[in-house]
Ligand binder design. Structure first.
Ligand code: DGJ
Length: 720
């Protein structure tokens, strides 16, 4: 059925009167139902969340629990004993809220159906609007909330969750993803017990690093890749987030996702709207693998900037030069980028600072003009050189920061976040600009836009953010410091909006000292992110495995570098080839055989893009439960597949047997070819050159693993 017609019909069905004379709202994807109904008091309650109900009459048969039931956006109302979604102190000091259903609308939106529900406080002029977008095809729901009022004075919001979801399951097994610099997104699991568990962050200028803004909950059993019911969710917010999981007295799990209210009692003026970030979730009945594929499809179609467009491979200079380069060195690297067959050369940190040249990480952030000693011809000479070499030119920026030793700080010390009357703490010797201040937003956006319009040949930006908010006090906000963490992130979004309005075409990589930023709030503006500075291929296998739970390969940059010299160039390249491939080495230091290998790997990666970048991902063998790892990708038309297989540190005779593929067409025949071989090396895969059916490949599988340390294989499967 035509999507919009279907959505209109859904809309008509979405708000109906039930047997109890109450309103019923059905937020439905192809396989999931979330049902909301009003109760006898006019409260909106969640009455169902689970697999899609087959009969509409069954939806009508649902009924809210009484009194302490599952209020869709529970408040502190005097009888709610669990974690509320909304905490509000009204302008007269009354610290309670009682929301009643007013109205709802349902309408088609791009790729889904949006339901908006207006709730109003029974005694105060305060409205809460709950928004839900059901992306039917991807089985993903995005939900967020607007809060506004017209009271005589400001109200204070002490909690403002994006949503409150009641999950029935009896027992719950949480997987969270924590870590640190260079060991991002490491999964750990636990059974949730009665009471609360919170995963949150307080880093201010970024969501992640120590904890990630996404989670998985296995219902009834720990999460598994290929089976079981799992809720996978993420908060699309580039700052402090909070995910609270509370198992209540009836063994129902309450999930309360949103901005972390830590140090953030938010004073909301009359007629101002507080909009929470989106909480995005999917319910999979076939394990985390299926849930990830739902999210990957959703991300490419509806969340990433230019999600369906192509991506450039590149050569970066950070690992090979650090801060020490000049024009000639960069020209050399641009030529190498071309010879490798990459699309772009990316100039990293160290190119700027007129008064204080950036030769280390102690100076110059904020002074975005080329350092004359290193780059006498300025950026113009570099973009021309890139053009002459036949590659695109990319540039590193860290626009939200300022070094205490910079011209910008000398002129505007009050533009940096920092406590009055205290010596500042520094993180990487720098301070965070006060993006709650509109003047600072204008300056930052103006600087980036001007740079890009002066140099239209800059077609790639790596946007870094190396410091969390330290010394959390905004000179601009004065006594309204409760707004700092939230308004700072909104200020960042204003900056990014302005940059994207000016240059929607520039490919942008999101980076925060590695993977400190990996959230769908920022990724609206970015084509991709940098998962980690740790490019040791063994470590990267684990990090990429972690992020792949929520992000498609297309969004994750992986570069071949010199980290872990014990690993072969092939192993390093094969690990990077399962995401968006790039290089951060000096190719001139490679032998001509190695250079030829890299060239061919780039060409192979391009030809495999319909599977790796645009297709379905199958995590087949986990590095967490074996000494190996295997991941397969299949193009949407199932004409092309690729299997990446890695032997990490196999033990004697510890081979796990053949890897059974997934997602192929059982009735088609696939030519099996081992690719990404060093020049002159012969394929050693036993099945190389054979043609096998998808059914065989998925039931019998391929013998891809070996007993060799850090060995890898890339296998291309082409349908005949
Ligand atoms: C941190 C990033 O993660 C690195 O890739 C590099 O760009 C440095 N910053 C540069 O200072």
């Amino acid at each position: 059925m035509h999507t919009s017609l279907r959505a209109v019909l859904l809309g008509l069905a979405a708000a109906t009167a039930s047997a109890y004379g109450q309103t019923t709202l059905r937020i439905a994807t192809d396989h999931t139902d979330l049902v909301l109904q009003t109760d006898g008091e006019g409260r909106l309650c969640q009455t169902y969340f689970g697999p899609k109900l087959r009969h509409a009459s069954d939806v009508e048969a649902l009924a809210p629990l009484t009194a302490r039931g599952h209020e869709a956006y529970a408040t502190e109302d005097g009888r709610n004993f669990f974690e509320p979604a909304l905490g509000v102190t009204h302008s007269d000091g009354n610290p309670s809220g009682r929301l009643r259903y007013v109205s709802s609308t349902t309408a088609p939106v791009d790729g889904g159906t949006q339901t908006d529900v207006v709730l109003r406080d029974e005694a105060y002029p305060l409205d809460v609007v709950l928004h839900y977008v059901a992306y039917e095809q991807e089985d993903v729901i995005a939900t967020w909330t607007d809060i506004r009022h017209s009271e005589p004075g400001p109200v204070t919001l002490t909690r403002y969750a994006s949503a409150l979801l009641y999950v029935p399951g009896g027992s719950y097994y949480l997987t969270e993803f924590t870590g640190d610099w260079a060991r991002e997104a490491q999964p750990s699991s636990q059974q949730l017990q009665p009471g609360k568990k919170t995963v949150d962050s307080k880093l201010g200028s970024r969501a992640a690093m120590l904890a990630s803004p996404f989670f998985e909950v296995g219902l009834g059993a720990p999460v598994e890749e290929g089976r079981g019911t799992v809720l996978m969710g993420t908060v699309a917010w580039t700052g402090n987030f909070s995910l609270t999981f509370e198992v209540d007295n009836a063994d129902v799990l309450r999930v309360v996702p949103g901005i972390n209210p830590y140090a953030s009692a938010y004073e909301l003026a009359a007629d101002e709207t507080f909009t929470t970030p989106r909480f995005v979730f999917t319910l999979s009945h076939e394990g985390t693998g299926h849930g990830s594929r739902n999210l990957h499809d959703w991300a490419r179609r509806h969340a990433l900037h230019n999600g369906t467009g192509s991506r450039m491979t590149l050569l970066n200079n950070w690992e090979s030069t650090g801060f020490a380069f000049d024009e000639e060195r960069l020209r050399g690297l641009m030529g190498q980028a071309r010879r490798l067959g990459t699309d772009a050369f990316l100039l990293d940190d160290g190119w700027f600072g007129r008064k204080y040249p950036r030769n280390n990480d102690r100076t110059s952030l904020g002074d975005w003009t080329p350092a004359p000693e290193k780059l006498p011809g300025g950026l113009g000479a570099l973009t021309r050189a890139a053009r002459d070499s036949g590659v695109h030119f990319g540039l590193w920026l860290e626009p939200e920061m300022v070094s205490p030793k910079s011209e910008l700080y000398e002129q505007h010390p009050d533009w940096a976040i920092g406590y009055p009357n205290r010596k500042p703490y520094y993180f990487r010797n720098q301070l965070v600009l006060d993006l709650a201040n509109p003047e600072v937003q204008r300056h930052v956006a103006g600087t980036v836009v001007e740079l890009l319009s002066k140099h239209p040949d800059i077609t790639f930006i790596k946007w870094d953010c190396n410091s969390p908010i330290m010394n959390a006090w905004s000179p601009y906000l004065g006594r309204r410091q409760g707004r700092l963490y939230t308004d700072h992130v909104r200020g960042l979004y204003n900056v990014l909006d302005a940059v994207r309005r000016a240059r929607p075409d520039v490919e942008m990589m999101l980076c925060a000292g590695g993977g400190g930023r990996c959230d769908y709030g920022a990724l609206r503006y970015f084509d991709e992110f940098w998962p980690s500075d740790n490019t040791d291929p063994v470590e990267r296998l684990y990090i990429q495995w972690g992020f792949s739970q929520f992000f498609p390969a297309k969004a994750m940059c992986a570069h071949v570098t010199g980290w872990n010299g014990a690993a072969s160039l092939k192993f390093r390249t094969d690990v990077a080839s399962m995401c968006k491939l790039g290089f951060d080495i000096d190719p001139a230091r490679l032998s001509s055989r190695e250079q030829a290998f890299c060239r061919e790997a780039v060409a192979n990666w391009r030809s495999l893009a319909p599977a790796v970048m645009e297709g379905d991902q199958y995590r087949l063998v986990s590095p967490h439960t074996s000494d190996h790892m295997a991941v397969g990708y299949v193009s949407k038309d199932r004409a092309l597949g690729v299997l990446f297989a890695y032997d990490i540190h196999p033990r004697y005779d510890g081979r796990p047997g053949a890897v059974r593929l997934a997602g192929l067409d059982p009735d088609r025949r696939y030519r099996v070819e081992e690719v990404n071989l060093m020049p002159g090396a012969r394929p050693s895969l036993p099945a190389h050159g054979r043609t096998l059916t998808g059914d065989y490949l998925m039931k019998v599988g391929l013998d891809v693993f070996t007993g060799r340390q850090m060995n890898s294989r890339v296998v291309r499967l082409t349908a005949e």
